[in-house]
Design a protein around this ligand. Sequence first.
Ligand code: NAD
Length: 335
Amino acid sequence: MNTKVLVTGAGGFIAHHLVNYLKARGYWVRGVDIKQPEYEKTTADEFELLDLRLWPNCLQAVRGVDQVYNLAANMGGIGFIETHKAEIVHDNTLINIHMLEAARLNGIERYLYTSSACIYPGYRQNTVDVTPLREEDAYPADAEDGYGWEKLYSERACRHYHEDYGLNTHSVRFHNIFGPKGSYDGGREKSPAAICRKIALADQDDIIEVWGDGNQTRSYCYIDDCVEGIYRLMQSDYRDPINLGQDRLISVNELVDMVARIAGKNIRKRYDLTKPQGVRGRNSDNTRLREVLKWEPRITLEEGLELTYRWIYDQLVDTGRIRSLEPAAPLVAAG
Ligand code: NAD
């Protein structure tokens, strides 16, 4: 009989891709979210619209499944998480604590929690040429206010459910996941999607707005690598939180230039220093990831951005925001 899995947040970006990945491997999948996937139909065997802040809904969501991938969260890009702290902490605390308890009561075999690089302390991320973050750098804690503190707390809740009840929990810390079929406008989008949208809408030689001075640095991981990493971690017996991301550090200015090259456009930048830009620099140390999973993300930023830019460009054409019938800019050779 097929292993039955629950994927929460399955109307969202990463979990929607994860559902496709698990279906392709023969799992029976129930997706749960407060909304359907926005850009294509789910491939889940069952999809239930449930608000997982509510305890009875968590019990309903986990019924009859063997494994839980818990990705549901109220979240967005830096502009959203810096202005909705109370709402985020309220919603995500309820989702995560109820989901853990529902998993325990239902004897779930394996449970995966999706944490974030936002749990890392601000004092380790205040230069652009930042040292890559090792998992143990999380303490002494000084997480991203609101969103990051809740993630750190929920990681610990997973640990306690393992220690006290033997629930087989895994916690993964994502570092800037991007790719097609994710939010690209409306305020919840992250920087790669926002930059792709701005450049797709721009004319040759246009100026686009960049938040901050553009020198802030990050690493970015393509969605296909992300879902493979999640899956590999779930099969492992590794218990402690682990990074999942790329360890190639680049600035937002370099990211803009890369997308402009893909688009075949000459783009200039105007800096808005009043907008939130998050920590000054953040990179993933993948030593533990390589040791534990014998694997690490392999899709290059150039390859991932080409696919993402093309998808966002096509969305903008389909929704009438780009009035061109021409195909997206020719793909440049992946580096
Ligand atoms: P997303 O916003 O696309 O997906 C999250 C989904 O959770 C949404 O579809 C949303 O409707 C759903 N959700 C919110 N509240 C809910 C509720 N009360 N009940 C049921 N569903 C609810 O975000 P994503 O990028 O796919 O992120 C997935 C997970 O990964 C989240 O836990 C997020 O915090 C974590 N994460 C993502 C990134 C990233 O770069 N995308 C980085 C770090 C961590």
